[in-house]
Design a protein around this ligand. Structure first.
Ligand code: GDD
Length: 340
């Protein structure tokens, strides 16, 4: 059955924005995708959607209140998904003001525009497991105390609290998805998973073209990484965007944790990507570089998504190792295409 609804997605050119656009188009939505002006092409993740009749890109920026006000009052969408963010935790230490403006003032602009001009619009905010910081709680849920420890997470906490405020003070249907790490072949290149899978694909490509195994520093450059002892709860981005949609379909707004409930170290990810996909030992290729360490990091994240499972019927469907395999495979296929 087709649903005739309109949605505005900010961050539509990103990993999550592209998967969510696909999902909503499949469900019969008219999708407006907000896109920031840029002199270079930023639409590679949504090229296949651009000519679809129900998909419209609109130039704008969530940090510009006038632009957001005009957009929301004009479209009055049924649903707004705020996925636009300065999403790299490490970078937020170097660009704290930009991080704060985009991640905190951006959602404030959207919520104010909804409150003043389109109060029936439902709102989804991309909150994050980074909100928990270094917690003693073994599996983090919606009630776990938040102790953010990066400029990124602190700006996200402001937005998270705004969702609560606009829901309780103004009756806005506002939900926050506290999402744990989520990856896919469309992951940005400076996140640790993508750095690893792209590198393994490069090794596979080298082995196709040469006899034997590549030697680090001779045949291939090393893979420079930071702290590989930290642990994260990784899921596939496709599962996560489905959860975002479910939150806005439920009969009352609330906050939900989404994650797999399983935690792995970066080292574990390395092991699986190198040994599983290429039969190689990551220790032969990785060099630890302090440049990639953060002034503060989170040691361990692990989701307790029992509320999302119970209330929304949400559960992750793509297994950790399958996700790694498909990321390596996708990076490898891209390299094969470049060979000719
Ligand atoms: N990016 C990166 N690059 N991280 C590295 C590297 C490296 O070379 N080497 C080690 N790491 C470690 C980081 O220090 C961190 O502990 C872990 O790998 C994961 O880093 P990221 O992939 O950058 O993700 P993140 O956990 O910091 O943040 C992601 O997940 C959050 C949800 O928990 C991002 O997607 C955030 O936007 C999101 O909110």
């Amino acid at each position: 059955m087709k649903i005739n609804k309109t949605a505005l997605i900010t961050g539509t050119t990103g990993q999550d924005g592209s998967y969510l656009s696909e999902l909503l188009l499949e469900k019969g939505y008219k999708v407006y995708g907000l896109i920031r002006r840029s002199s270079v092409n930023t639409t590679e993740r949504i090229t296949h959607l651009i000519n679809k009749s129900n998909f419209e890109l609109i130039e704008g920026d969530i940090t510009d209140s006038a632009c957001i006000y005009e957009l929301i009052s004009g479209i009055k969408p049924n649903e707004v998904y705020n996925l636009a963010a300065m999403s790299h935790v490490g970078t937020s230490f170097k660009q704290p003001v930009v991080s704060c403006t985009v991640n905190a003032i951006g959602p404030l602009n959207i919520l104010e525009a909804i409150r003043q001009t389109s109060p029936k619009t439902k709102f989804y905010q991309a909150s994050t497991s980074e909100l928990f910081g270094n917690t003693d709680v073994v599996s983090q849920s919606e009630i776990t105390p938040m102790k953010p420890n990066s400029p990124y997470a602190i700006s996200k906490l402001y937005a998270h609290q705004l969702v609560n405020l606009y829901r309780n003070a103004y009756n806005v249907f506002a939900c926050a998805g506290i999402l744990f790490n989520h990856e896919s072949p469309r992951r940005g290149e400076n996140f640790v998973t993508k750095k690893i899978t792209k590198y393994v694909a490069m090794l596979l490509n080298w082995m196709d073209l040469n006899d034997g195994f590549p030697t680090k520093g001779v045949d291939v450059p090393p893979l420079f990484l930071g702290n590989i002892g930290t642990k994260r709860d990784w899921s596939h981005a496709k599962d996560m965007v489905y959860g975002m949609w479910l939150m806005l379909q439920y009969n009352k707004p609330d906050d939900y944790v989404l994650g797999s409930g399983k935690t792995h170290s970066v080292e574990n990810f390395l092991d699986i990507a190198f040994a599983g996909s290429a039969g190689l030992d990551y220790k032969d290729y990785v060099v630890i570089d302090k440049k990639f360490y953060r002034p503060m990091d989170i040691n361990l994240l692990c989701a307790d998504s029992s509320k999302a499972k119970r209330v929304l019927g949400w559960k992750p469907t793509i297994h950790f190792t399958d996700m790694i395999d498909c990321m390596v495979q996708d990076d490898y296929e891209k390299l094969i295409k470049c060979r000719d």
